[in-house]
Design a protein around this ligand. Structure first.
Ligand code: HEC
Length: 125
């Protein structure tokens, strides 16, 4: 009996430790938001990361739902995000060159894809 506990306890301890290393529950996305994440992977991920400060070609979009409302006076985050896609030259993020973001994204995306993309980006708080 003692011997069994001797083996089982370390295993349980390791399992508990691993469990706390796994980032607790990634927020569940609605179907629309999940679709938006896939749109982002197809159209935006080659230039934009979504975690931390990772710079690929453009800035990380982590926190864009919060930062977005401070970019252009009078625009909330949703309007700013939509505007960034539809009219990328309207605002240039400091430290980045203008004109790198494709101008024709709005033609490449269907209205539904754009809705989904904006919904997903609004989860990046
Ligand atoms: C070829 C590279 C490239 C692609 C593809 C691209 N972007 Fe960008 N994007 C940039 C660069 C560079 C900037 C920073 C310069 C600027 O503001 O124009 C930027 C800026 C942005 C900003 C403003 C970020 C901020 O902090 O204010 C948003 C939002 C954005 N992009 C969203 C998107 C979305 C959504 C897509 C996909 C539909 C996309 N971008 C595709 C290069 C790209």
């Amino acid at each position: 009996m003692r011997l069994q506990l001797f083996f089982i306890f370390p295993i349980l301890a390791v399992m508990a430790a691993c469990n706390s290393l796994v980032p607790s529950a990634t927020p569940t996305l609605t179907p629309l938001e999940s679709q938006g994440r896939r749109v982002l992977e197809s159209y935006c991920s080659r230039c934009h990361g979504t975690t931390g400060d990772t710079v690929i070609v453009g800035p990380s979009l982590a926190g864009i739902a919060t930062r977005g409302r401070e970019r252009i006076q009078g625009m909330d985050a949703e309007e700013y995000i939509r505007n960034s896609i539809e009219d990328p030259t309207a605002y240039t993020v400091q430290g980045f060159s203008e004109g790198l973001m494709p101008l024709d994204l709005k033609d490449q995306l269907s209205e539904e894809e754009l809705e989904a993309l904006v919904a997903y980006l609004l989860t990046l708080k």
